[in-house]
Design a protein around this ligand. Sequence first.
Ligand code: MRU
Length: 339
Amino acid sequence: MIPSIEWIDNKVKMIDQTVLPHELKFLEFEDFRDVAISIKLMNIRGAPAIGVAAAMGMALATIEYKELPKSEFLKRMEEAAEVIKKTRPTASNLFWAVDRIWKIISSYPDNPSSLSDLVVEEAKLMAQEDINVNKNIGKNGAELLEDGDVVLTHCNAGSLATVQYGTALAPVRSAIAQGKKISVIADETRPRLQGARLTAYELQYDKIPVNVISDTSSGLMMRLGKVNKVIVGTDRVTSDAVFNKIGTYLVALAAKDNNIPFYVAAPTSTLSLDETVDDVIIEQRDSTEVSNVLGKVQIVPDGVECLNYAFDITPFRLVTGIITEDGVYTPEELLKKYK
Ligand code: MRU
Protein backbone atom coordinates (compact mmCIF):
# COMPACT_ATOMS: atom_id res chain seq x y z
CA MET A 1 0.00 0.00 0.00
CA ILE A 2 1.19 3.50 -0.73
CA PRO A 3 1.83 5.87 2.22
CA SER A 4 -1.33 7.28 3.77
CA ILE A 5 0.40 10.59 4.56
CA GLU A 6 3.50 12.36 3.23
CA TRP A 7 5.27 15.71 3.50
CA ILE A 8 5.88 17.01 -0.01
CA ASP A 9 7.14 20.54 -0.89
CA ASN A 10 5.92 22.04 2.38
CA LYS A 11 2.48 20.51 1.93
CA VAL A 12 0.78 17.62 3.70
CA LYS A 13 -0.50 15.08 1.23
CA MET A 14 -2.85 12.36 2.47
CA ILE A 15 -5.19 9.68 1.16
CA ASP A 16 -8.81 10.71 1.71
CA GLN A 17 -9.99 7.64 3.62
CA THR A 18 -13.62 8.76 3.63
CA VAL A 19 -14.09 7.89 -0.06
CA LEU A 20 -12.35 4.49 -0.03
CA PRO A 21 -12.85 1.84 -1.34
CA HIS A 22 -14.60 3.49 -4.30
CA GLU A 23 -12.03 6.16 -5.05
CA LEU A 24 -8.30 6.58 -4.31
CA LYS A 25 -8.26 10.33 -3.85
CA PHE A 26 -5.55 12.56 -2.33
CA LEU A 27 -5.91 15.73 -0.30
CA GLU A 28 -3.19 18.39 0.02
CA PHE A 29 -3.02 20.97 2.77
CA GLU A 30 -0.82 24.00 3.43
CA ASP A 31 -2.80 25.24 6.44
CA PHE A 32 -2.61 23.44 9.80
CA ARG A 33 -6.30 24.25 10.41
CA ASP A 34 -7.23 22.10 7.42
CA VAL A 35 -5.09 19.25 8.73
CA ALA A 36 -6.94 19.53 12.06
CA ILE A 37 -10.29 19.37 10.23
CA SER A 38 -9.12 16.33 8.26
CA ILE A 39 -8.33 14.52 11.52
CA LYS A 40 -11.72 15.43 12.98
CA LEU A 41 -13.62 14.37 9.86
CA MET A 42 -11.53 11.19 9.63
CA ASN A 43 -10.13 11.84 6.16
CA ILE A 44 -7.10 10.52 7.99
CA ARG A 45 -7.62 8.20 10.95
CA GLY A 46 -5.89 5.46 12.95
CA ALA A 47 -3.80 6.38 15.97
CA PRO A 48 -0.30 6.41 14.41
CA ALA A 49 -1.49 8.19 11.25
CA ILE A 50 -3.20 10.96 13.19
CA GLY A 51 -0.06 11.33 15.30
CA VAL A 52 2.01 11.98 12.18
CA ALA A 53 -0.71 14.27 10.78
CA ALA A 54 -0.61 16.25 14.03
CA ALA A 55 3.17 16.61 13.81
CA MET A 56 2.94 17.73 10.18
CA GLY A 57 0.15 20.15 11.14
CA MET A 58 2.48 21.67 13.74
CA ALA A 59 5.18 21.92 11.06
CA LEU A 60 2.79 23.82 8.76
CA ALA A 61 2.01 26.19 11.63
CA THR A 62 5.71 26.95 12.16
CA ILE A 63 6.00 27.83 8.46
CA GLU A 64 2.99 30.17 8.72
CA TYR A 65 4.32 31.94 11.81
CA LYS A 66 8.09 31.86 11.30
CA GLU A 67 8.45 35.55 10.39
CA LEU A 68 6.92 36.64 13.73
CA PRO A 69 9.01 37.76 16.71
CA LYS A 70 9.73 34.82 19.01
CA SER A 71 7.19 35.68 21.75
CA GLU A 72 4.37 36.16 19.23
CA PHE A 73 5.48 33.00 17.41
CA LEU A 74 5.26 30.99 20.64
CA LYS A 75 1.81 32.36 21.42
CA ARG A 76 0.49 31.42 17.96
CA MET A 77 2.12 27.97 18.17
CA GLU A 78 0.42 27.32 21.53
CA GLU A 79 -2.92 28.13 19.88
CA ALA A 80 -2.11 25.84 16.93
CA ALA A 81 -1.22 23.01 19.33
CA GLU A 82 -4.56 23.46 21.09
CA VAL A 83 -6.50 23.36 17.79
CA ILE A 84 -4.75 20.13 16.82
CA LYS A 85 -5.09 18.50 20.26
CA LYS A 86 -8.84 19.21 20.31
CA THR A 87 -9.55 17.17 17.18
CA ARG A 88 -9.93 13.70 18.70
CA PRO A 89 -9.55 12.82 22.39
CA THR A 90 -8.73 9.12 22.66
CA ALA A 91 -5.61 8.18 20.67
CA SER A 92 -2.42 8.78 22.68
CA ASN A 93 -0.37 9.31 19.55
CA LEU A 94 -1.99 12.67 18.79
CA PHE A 95 -0.86 14.15 22.12
CA TRP A 96 2.45 12.29 22.03
CA ALA A 97 3.20 13.81 18.61
CA VAL A 98 2.28 17.39 19.52
CA ASP A 99 4.29 17.11 22.75
CA ARG A 100 7.32 15.75 20.87
CA ILE A 101 7.22 18.72 18.48
CA TRP A 102 6.67 21.06 21.42
CA LYS A 103 9.87 19.84 23.11
CA ILE A 104 11.84 21.09 20.11
CA ILE A 105 10.00 24.41 20.03
CA SER A 106 10.45 25.12 23.72
CA SER A 107 14.07 24.08 23.96
CA TYR A 108 15.39 25.89 20.92
CA PRO A 109 16.63 29.38 21.72
CA ASP A 110 17.23 30.61 18.17
CA ASN A 111 14.92 32.46 15.80
CA PRO A 112 11.55 30.99 14.63
CA SER A 113 12.72 30.66 11.05
CA SER A 114 15.48 28.14 11.71
CA LEU A 115 13.25 26.49 14.32
CA SER A 116 10.65 25.91 11.60
CA ASP A 117 13.21 23.96 9.53
CA LEU A 118 13.94 21.78 12.56
CA VAL A 119 10.26 21.09 13.20
CA VAL A 120 9.67 20.16 9.56
CA GLU A 121 12.61 17.73 9.73
CA GLU A 122 11.25 16.23 12.97
CA ALA A 123 7.79 15.68 11.46
CA LYS A 124 9.38 13.97 8.44
CA LEU A 125 11.49 11.84 10.78
CA MET A 126 8.40 10.81 12.76
CA ALA A 127 6.78 9.60 9.53
CA GLN A 128 9.84 7.51 8.68
CA GLU A 129 10.10 6.20 12.26
CA ASP A 130 6.48 5.08 12.10
CA ILE A 131 7.26 2.81 9.14
CA ASN A 132 10.34 1.37 10.88
CA VAL A 133 8.40 0.74 14.10
CA ASN A 134 5.64 -1.03 12.18
CA LYS A 135 8.13 -3.26 10.38
CA ASN A 136 9.56 -4.31 13.75
CA ILE A 137 6.04 -4.99 15.08
CA GLY A 138 5.61 -7.11 11.97
CA LYS A 139 8.81 -9.04 12.61
CA ASN A 140 7.95 -9.68 16.28
CA GLY A 141 4.31 -10.54 15.57
CA ALA A 142 5.11 -12.87 12.66
CA GLU A 143 6.75 -15.25 15.17
CA LEU A 144 3.27 -15.82 16.63
CA LEU A 145 1.75 -16.87 13.33
CA GLU A 146 1.88 -20.35 11.86
CA ASP A 147 1.56 -21.42 8.27
CA GLY A 148 -2.16 -21.65 7.44
CA ASP A 149 -3.38 -19.30 10.20
CA VAL A 150 -6.51 -17.23 9.78
CA VAL A 151 -6.22 -13.93 11.66
CA LEU A 152 -9.32 -12.01 12.70
CA THR A 153 -8.97 -8.26 13.03
CA HIS A 154 -11.32 -5.44 13.99
CA CYS A 155 -11.41 -1.96 12.45
CA ASN A 156 -8.38 -0.95 10.39
CA ALA A 157 -4.98 -1.07 12.02
CA GLY A 158 -3.22 -1.52 8.73
CA SER A 159 -1.16 0.61 6.42
CA LEU A 160 -3.94 3.19 6.15
CA ALA A 161 -4.03 3.67 9.93
CA THR A 162 -0.30 4.39 9.98
CA VAL A 163 2.08 5.98 7.51
CA GLN A 164 2.65 2.57 5.95
CA TYR A 165 2.70 -1.17 6.77
CA GLY A 166 0.27 -1.04 9.70
CA THR A 167 0.39 -2.35 13.25
CA ALA A 168 -2.13 -5.20 13.61
CA LEU A 169 -1.69 -6.13 9.95
CA ALA A 170 2.11 -5.88 10.11
CA PRO A 171 2.58 -9.43 11.48
CA VAL A 172 0.37 -10.71 8.65
CA ARG A 173 2.48 -8.91 6.04
CA SER A 174 5.75 -10.10 7.61
CA ALA A 175 4.59 -13.71 8.00
CA ILE A 176 3.51 -13.77 4.35
CA ALA A 177 6.88 -12.32 3.34
CA GLN A 178 8.48 -15.24 5.24
CA GLY A 179 6.53 -17.65 3.04
CA LYS A 180 3.69 -18.53 5.44
CA LYS A 181 0.17 -18.81 4.08
CA ILE A 182 -1.97 -16.43 6.12
CA SER A 183 -5.44 -15.05 5.51
CA VAL A 184 -7.48 -12.40 7.29
CA ILE A 185 -11.07 -12.09 8.47
CA ALA A 186 -12.05 -8.44 8.83
CA ASP A 187 -15.00 -7.34 10.96
CA GLU A 188 -16.97 -4.71 9.05
CA THR A 189 -16.72 -2.33 12.07
CA ARG A 190 -19.90 -0.34 12.34
CA PRO A 191 -20.58 2.52 12.13
CA ARG A 192 -17.70 3.89 10.04
CA LEU A 193 -16.98 0.51 8.44
CA GLN A 194 -13.19 0.75 8.60
CA GLY A 195 -12.93 -3.04 8.36
CA ALA A 196 -15.16 -3.41 5.31
CA ARG A 197 -13.96 -0.30 3.52
CA LEU A 198 -10.31 0.05 4.51
CA THR A 199 -8.90 -3.26 5.78
CA ALA A 200 -10.46 -5.11 2.86
CA TYR A 201 -9.22 -2.43 0.43
CA GLU A 202 -5.60 -2.43 1.52
CA LEU A 203 -5.34 -6.22 1.80
CA GLN A 204 -6.86 -6.69 -1.64
CA TYR A 205 -4.47 -3.98 -2.96
CA ASP A 206 -1.56 -6.05 -1.61
CA LYS A 207 -3.09 -9.38 -2.77
CA ILE A 208 -3.51 -10.72 0.77
CA PRO A 209 -6.56 -13.02 1.11
CA VAL A 210 -9.36 -11.38 3.11
CA ASN A 211 -13.00 -12.09 3.96
CA VAL A 212 -15.28 -9.47 5.50
CA ILE A 213 -17.88 -10.48 8.10
CA SER A 214 -20.57 -8.52 9.91
CA ASP A 215 -19.45 -7.48 13.40
CA THR A 216 -21.95 -9.84 14.97
CA SER A 217 -20.38 -12.88 13.24
CA SER A 218 -16.97 -12.96 14.91
CA GLY A 219 -18.09 -15.16 17.85
CA LEU A 220 -19.58 -17.74 15.51
CA MET A 221 -16.47 -17.74 13.28
CA MET A 222 -14.39 -18.58 16.37
CA ARG A 223 -16.84 -21.24 17.52
CA LEU A 224 -16.72 -22.85 14.05
CA GLY A 225 -12.92 -23.03 14.24
CA LYS A 226 -12.45 -20.57 11.39
CA VAL A 227 -10.17 -18.22 13.36
CA ASN A 228 -6.73 -19.10 14.80
CA LYS A 229 -5.64 -15.78 16.22
CA VAL A 230 -7.01 -12.29 16.80
CA ILE A 231 -4.77 -9.27 16.28
CA VAL A 232 -6.11 -5.74 16.77
CA GLY A 233 -4.52 -2.32 17.00
CA THR A 234 -4.94 0.19 19.80
CA ASP A 235 -5.42 3.90 20.36
CA ARG A 236 -4.16 3.92 23.91
CA VAL A 237 -2.79 1.41 26.38
CA THR A 238 -3.20 2.38 30.03
CA SER A 239 -1.85 0.48 33.06
CA ASP A 240 -4.94 -1.72 33.13
CA ALA A 241 -6.55 -1.88 29.70
CA VAL A 242 -6.41 -1.42 25.98
CA PHE A 243 -8.57 1.18 24.21
CA ASN A 244 -9.50 0.37 20.65
CA LYS A 245 -12.35 0.72 18.18
CA ILE A 246 -15.82 0.09 19.58
CA GLY A 247 -16.54 -3.65 19.39
CA THR A 248 -13.02 -4.78 20.28
CA TYR A 249 -14.06 -5.74 23.83
CA LEU A 250 -16.73 -8.11 22.51
CA VAL A 251 -14.20 -9.72 20.15
CA ALA A 252 -11.82 -10.19 23.10
CA LEU A 253 -14.56 -11.81 25.19
CA ALA A 254 -15.44 -14.19 22.37
CA ALA A 255 -11.75 -15.03 21.88
CA LYS A 256 -11.36 -15.82 25.60
CA ASP A 257 -14.43 -18.03 25.56
CA ASN A 258 -13.10 -19.93 22.54
CA ASN A 259 -9.47 -20.20 23.75
CA ILE A 260 -8.19 -18.13 20.85
CA PRO A 261 -5.13 -15.93 21.50
CA PHE A 262 -6.00 -12.22 21.50
CA TYR A 263 -3.04 -9.99 20.59
CA VAL A 264 -2.79 -6.21 20.53
CA ALA A 265 -0.25 -4.52 18.26
CA ALA A 266 0.91 -1.36 19.99
CA PRO A 267 3.73 0.96 18.96
CA THR A 268 5.28 2.44 22.11
CA SER A 269 3.90 5.85 21.06
CA THR A 270 0.50 4.42 22.04
CA LEU A 271 1.52 3.53 25.60
CA SER A 272 0.10 5.75 28.37
CA LEU A 273 1.02 3.50 31.26
CA ASP A 274 0.88 6.24 33.88
CA GLU A 275 -2.87 6.42 33.30
CA THR A 276 -5.74 4.10 34.23
CA VAL A 277 -9.04 3.64 32.42
CA ASP A 278 -10.58 6.45 34.47
CA ASP A 279 -8.20 9.01 32.97
CA VAL A 280 -9.24 8.45 29.37
CA ILE A 281 -11.90 10.30 27.43
CA ILE A 282 -13.76 7.99 25.07
CA GLU A 283 -14.68 9.95 21.97
CA GLN A 284 -18.41 10.24 21.30
CA ARG A 285 -19.17 11.06 17.70
CA ASP A 286 -22.25 12.37 15.97
CA SER A 287 -25.44 10.33 16.41
CA THR A 288 -26.03 10.32 12.65
CA GLU A 289 -22.99 8.06 12.06
CA VAL A 290 -25.08 5.30 13.65
CA SER A 291 -28.55 6.36 12.51
CA ASN A 292 -27.60 6.83 8.85
CA VAL A 293 -25.47 4.20 7.13
CA LEU A 294 -22.40 6.04 5.77
CA GLY A 295 -24.30 9.30 6.20
CA LYS A 296 -26.90 8.20 3.65
CA VAL A 297 -29.71 5.74 4.37
CA GLN A 298 -31.48 6.43 7.66
CA ILE A 299 -32.13 3.18 9.54
CA VAL A 300 -33.87 4.38 12.73
CA PRO A 301 -37.22 6.13 13.14
CA ASP A 302 -37.20 9.94 12.97
CA GLY A 303 -36.50 11.47 16.36
CA VAL A 304 -34.54 8.54 17.84
CA GLU A 305 -31.11 9.61 19.06
CA CYS A 306 -28.31 7.03 18.67
CA LEU A 307 -25.37 6.70 21.05
CA ASN A 308 -22.05 6.67 19.26
CA TYR A 309 -19.04 5.84 21.41
CA ALA A 310 -16.05 5.44 19.09
CA PHE A 311 -13.84 3.26 21.31
CA ASP A 312 -14.19 0.66 24.04
CA ILE A 313 -12.09 -0.77 26.84
CA THR A 314 -10.57 -4.26 26.82
CA PRO A 315 -9.20 -5.18 30.27
CA PHE A 316 -5.74 -6.72 30.45
CA ARG A 317 -7.19 -10.05 31.67
CA LEU A 318 -8.50 -10.67 28.13
CA VAL A 319 -5.19 -9.83 26.41
CA THR A 320 -2.80 -12.68 25.59
CA GLY A 321 0.04 -10.48 24.42
CA ILE A 322 0.99 -6.98 23.35
CA ILE A 323 3.23 -6.71 20.30
CA THR A 324 5.48 -3.65 20.34
CA GLU A 325 8.45 -2.73 18.16
CA ASP A 326 10.69 -4.22 20.89
CA GLY A 327 9.02 -7.60 21.41
CA VAL A 328 5.88 -9.45 22.52
CA TYR A 329 4.84 -9.06 26.16
CA THR A 330 2.08 -10.17 28.47
CA PRO A 331 0.39 -7.12 30.04
CA GLU A 332 2.37 -7.74 33.26
CA GLU A 333 5.67 -7.88 31.34
CA LEU A 334 4.70 -4.74 29.43
CA LEU A 335 4.17 -2.83 32.66
CA LYS A 336 7.47 -4.07 34.02
CA LYS A 337 9.37 -3.03 30.89
CA TYR A 338 7.86 0.36 30.10
CA LYS A 339 6.25 1.84 33.22
O1 MRU B 1 -11.71 5.87 14.64
P1 MRU B 1 -10.47 5.34 13.98
O2 MRU B 1 -10.70 4.78 12.63
O3 MRU B 1 -9.35 6.35 14.04
O4 MRU B 1 -10.05 4.12 14.92
C1 MRU B 1 -8.92 3.38 14.59
C2 MRU B 1 -8.69 2.24 15.49
O5 MRU B 1 -9.43 1.98 16.41
C3 MRU B 1 -7.42 1.48 15.27
O6 MRU B 1 -7.58 0.14 15.62
C4 MRU B 1 -6.32 2.09 16.13
O7 MRU B 1 -6.21 3.45 15.88
C5 MRU B 1 -5.00 1.46 15.88
S1 MRU B 1 -4.40 1.90 14.30
C6 MRU B 1 -2.90 1.21 14.03
